[in-house]
Design a protein around this ligand. Sequence first.
Ligand code: MG
Length: 398
Amino acid sequence: MRLTGIETIIPGDGSPLPEIVFVRVHTDQGIVGHGETYYTPRAVAAYIHEFLAPKILTLGSASPEAVWELGYRTASRFGGRGLELRALSAIDVALWDALAVSVGLPLHVVLGGPSVDRVPVYNTCAGPSYGKSWKIGGGATGAGRFEDYDAFLQRPGELARELVAEGFAGMKIWPFDRFAHRAGAQHIAPEDLRAGLEPFEKIREAVGSQIEIMAEGHGLWSLPAAKKIARALEPFQPAWIEDLIVADNPDALAELKRSTTIPLLVSEYLMSRFEYSPIIERGIADQVMIDPTWCGGITESRRIVALADAKRLPVTFHDCTGPFTLLAGVHLGFSSPNASYQEVVRAYLSEVYPQFVDDLPKPGRGAYVPPTRPGLGAVLQTDVVDRPGVEVQLTGKR
Ligand SMILES: [Mg+2]
């Protein structure tokens, strides 16, 4: 199978996924693979069409490993671990999808799975318009069916009972973010700390230990403030603390880990095995979070999974972004012996992703079972490219 074209599709500002760029790879067998990456979609598309696609297409090969190596080595001479790696991630996921479709097998089977018969899910408590109006330190409110951001702040006990009844293994909340703009997030005031703890208290009051609570910080805080938050959270025994500080300094993360009994998750903000490696090797993470459409695609995610497994660390797959990111994570989960969770946003599963893809496996009672359709198991709905405001660009040919 040879690669003939690389296409980008940006749903656009008026769509429910304004920050997504979908990528389709076209092959000489007529097989089309799907991928995507999240945020700055036009910059990603420009990089793909001006720089990456023309180089990759000269290879002719649709081999994910060959394309990855060329794409990474070319970009790494100029830094290459930000937007460049996200662009390569989207193409890599699409190439793996095409490969699996070409042999008629679900992607996780091509990757050697299933190694587990279920991958548990937790609900990230965002509403359906979270991706649309996401901003640092905030949530997004709207009038959708699952306004879980409003719910975890205003009626956390009720939300927890609902999620337990639906079978979710965990719920992720970020009640401290609201206060991070004060004092530049350098310290947290006692009243803000108390207010941030309230949802944790109410959840434990309502459902006890029937659900795990994940504490998210979106990289907003200084190290001293993060240590204070972590210490205050200890009585509620969250499953982990996540990105209370930006994950760019292994020593700072190590100090945060030493300061608390709560397990430390690190982090979908890391790009490529070269950033994960020191964190894993030095024993700084208790749990490794991977975003397959940021860190380098399926190809690079597998290497990070193996690094983590060598240290007996569980891995969780990030999704708060788009349907192909979710599907990539689900398939990686089933091919990873150390998979612990797939992150989902139930509002996206029910209200947003079905507007774009033809099928979406839904988790059953708190867990996914192995998907059975070939490849990632979904394609873009045929009319997506014709919708108003959608931007389509192709290098090469279909
Ligand atoms: Mg996160």
